[in-house]
Design a protein around this ligand. Sequence first.
Ligand code: NAP
Length: 256
Amino acid sequence: MGLNTVNTFDLSGRVAIVTGSNTGLGAGMAVALAAAGCDIVGVSRAGPGDTASRIAATGRRFADVRADLASIAPVDDIVRAAVEAFGRIDVLVNNAGIIRRDDALEFSIDDWDAVMDVNLKSLFFLSQAAARQFVKQGDGGKIINVASMLSFQGGIRVASYTASKSGVLGLTRLLANEWAAQGINVNAIAPGYMATANTAALRDDAQRNDEILGRIPANRWGAPEDLAGPVVFLASSASDYVHGHTLAVDGGWLAR
Ligand code: NAP
């Protein structure tokens, strides 16, 4: 690692895969990584939306990969497409995720499986596919999982989401334990309450909105841009000795 602290955040020439890069937090993280120098492989179901033009505006390259992470069938193809596009991969951001809400007494098998498949099963097997590529390349890599406040807390009416995001925190530690010695950093970002489609239902409910805001010391919902610094840090050599950590980016929510 160089002695110039600022340059350790430089991602020039690196290649990052970001799942769910078409919107919300994934779009924010993809644009931030590009602004720091990464070429971006954006994984989406229906196309990249304005993420492709936002990446182009940073001067970096963008590869559009279509995949449905409701199953693990596409994971090897995602890594293969990234390597075909840009020759290698350096960073994987496992951001794609869904939430289903219902009382635990009523919670359906479908709402359980759908959330666990995208948020946990595909995250694990895409990490495995990426790590196999990192090992083949021989010079390490960075995996950044997207966890949640419900990696630390129980939540309410979101059984499969809490199970999946608590699982993300555990898997982040397990994968760090297994892969740290090979120069692969596995860490997670736990966003607090961020204004995206994922939380529209909460923000539309005036009572829940007030309850949540009243507990955030920063006194505002987070924005995708709030993840820019943390994701660049965890993707860069500035974090080379950070392994298995879940970094809350929550306006102070967990401090309350
Ligand atoms: P969002 O706006 O709903 O975006 C979710 C992303 O995941 C979209 O790109 C979506 O693609 C993608 N995705 C969902 N199912 C997929 C599938 N089967 N295959 C491929 N991609 C799929 O929500 P967000 O808030 O940005 O959420 C991003 C991540 O942050 C999630 O893991 C979420 O749990 C986590 N998170 C969010 C908050 C928050 O407050 N917003 C807090 C903590 C954690 P489509 O557009 O095709 O559906």
